[in-house]
Design a protein around this ligand. Structure first.
Ligand SMILES: NC(=O)c1ccc[n+]([C@@H]2O[C@H](COP(=O)([O-])OP(=O)(O)OC[C@H]3O[C@@H](n4cnc5c(N)ncnc54)[C@H](OP(=O)(O)O)[C@@H]3O)[C@@H](O)[C@H]2O)c1
Length: 432
């Protein structure tokens, strides 16, 4: 039986999960693959902090490069994170002819082109199933299971922290800051939450998914990003009354060879499958020409779910090695720089528009008149007192239009606002 020796870089949350998964399910992996998996070396900077797993001290080191260069290591598993030393270690491993498995979305989103090229040059696998959607096998679904399909688009809830916060805000009619604090206390949000709540983590994953659809690296900085900071419970309630739920939505659409993408809070129909995905779960809906709509749901983060995806990549790469066919599924190897995605702003959509006004005002007539000037019609509207009790809000669904028109309209609607805030608008994603 062939033995496959792993070199682990980073022994934090996911690294420990991988070691624990191998300990608990190693025999199962062996039965299913016919290969034996062992940990050959583990690099981490800190070996003093106790972890809930014991490892042979002879396997431990603080020098990641000694793992990468060790001729006894067959597969390098990078779980350090970030775009610094992780990039150097992965490049060194690929140049040494070793396949790499990583969960590092930030690195792939920023430096994917360079890494995919290095993997192709050295004819080794570079796999990253755990980088997007945690345990959800979305990379494999796109690259293998849906290989006969043309892709129309992907709609995803890709950040568990944001989804947890939005779910709690809706359930408790609570303010964003209060729920964020609760999420931090429960460990669903980081002490420094900006990567998640400002949408950047979702943008990293969106960039990777867009690259998979485009079959070439996509430029992270070209993806427009808006997070959930500042969303009000009022909008969540009013959207609900209009038949929608607000989610931080990753949208990727394929349009005659172009890729359009963005990350933004958007309204989706309450009865849609995607709207039912609550709490820390992730969901990815893929639309294609043959399979039509497929939906993938699961835990988008966490020690064991993420380690599950890492080990699935390890098993796959090991099978490729055992049968002498590295890169059985070719990677994304582009000689070109990453391409910019196009904007979705010109794509027509329905819009949610909300104005706050004095209690006595008879809305939505002035709102309707204002929208009409931009050729927009109100399909449905609600007017409700705000929780302060001193003002009211009118929220409406405007018939399909472009973002440009909604922006122009919102600027004019400002005159109706009774308070020092802007009218709120968000796109509505139907057809999910
Ligand atoms: N956690 C999740 O649920 C999850 C989900 C999906 C993807 N991911 C991705 O998985 C990767 C790992 O995440 P994580 O949550 O496991 O991070 P983590 O808990 O912070 O673990 C990273 C470990 O790497 C160590 N490290 C830092 N610099 C190092 C170096 N030069 N050499 C060796 N070790 C070094 C860190 O040590 P110190 O603590 O001493 O710095 C830490 O123990 C990231 O790319 C992340 O985006 C994580």
């Amino acid at each position: 039986m062939k033995n496959i020796t792993l070199g682990l870089l980073g022994f934090g949350t996911v690294g420990v999960g991988v070691a624990d998964g191998l300990r608990k399910n190693g025999a199962l992996l062996t039965r299913r693959t016919g290969l034996r998996f062992t940990l050959g070396k583990i690099a981490d900077l800190d070996w003093d902090t106790p972890r809930d797993i014991t490892v042979d001290p002879a396997l431990t080191t603080t020098d990641g490069f000694s793992v990468v260069q060790d001729p006894g290591i067959d597969i390098v598993v990078e779980l350090i994170g970030g775009t610094g030393v992780a990039r150097e270690l992965i490049l060194a491993a690929l140049e040494a002819g070793k396949p790499v498995v990583t969960a590092n979305k930030a690195l792939l989103a920023r430096h994917g082109a360079e890494l995919y090229r290095a993997a192709a040059r050295n004819n080794v696998d570079l796999r990253f199933e755990a980088s997007t959607g945690g345990c959800i096998p979305i990379v494999r679904a796109i690259r293998e299971d849906l290989i006969a399909n043309r892709f129309a688009g992907i709609y995803g809830i890709l950040n568990g922290t944001c989804n947890y916060i939005l779910t709690r805000m809706e359930a408790e009619q609570a303010a964003f800051e209060d729920v964020l604090r609760e999420a931090q206390a429960l460990g669903y949000a980081e002490a420094e939450p900006s990567l998640d709540i400002d949408g950047h983590d979702t943008a990293h994953k969106t960039t990777l998914l867009a690259s998979l659809l485009h079959e070439a690296p996509v430029a992270l900085e070209s993806v427009p990003v808006q997070g959930i900071r500042g969303l009000s419970p009022e909008d969540i309630r009013l959207a609900g009354e209009l038949g929608y739920r607000i989610k931080l939505l990753a949208r990727i659409e394929c349009d005659n060879g172009d890729i359009r993408a963005e990350v933004r809070p958007a309204l989706i129909p309450r009865h849609s499958l995607l709207a039912q995905v609550s709490g820390p779960f992730n969901a990815i809906m893929v639309k294609t020409d043959m399979a039509d709509t497929t939906l993938y749901v699961g835990r988008g983060a966490g020690r064991n779910p993420t380690a599950s995806a890492v080990l699935s990549d390890v098993a796959d790469v090991a099978r490729n090695m055992a049968c002498g066919c590295p890169r059985r599924v070719p990677g994304l190897d582009s000689e070109q720089p990453a391409v910019a995605v196009k904007s979705l702003a010109q794509t027509k959509a329905k819009y949610y528009i909300r104005v706050s006004h004095a209690l006595a005002d008879t809305c939505p007539d002035p709102v309707r008149a204002c929208l009409k000037k931009d050729g927009l019609n109100i399909e449905s509207a609600v007017t409700r007192p705000l929780s302060s009790g001193h003002a009211a809000a009118t929220a409406c669904v405007a018939s399909p239009t472009t973002e440009e028109r909604v922006r122009a309209c919102a600027a004019r609607l400002k005159s109706l606002q009774s308070r020092h805030e802007q009218p709120v608008w968000m796109s509505i994603q139907e057809g999910l």
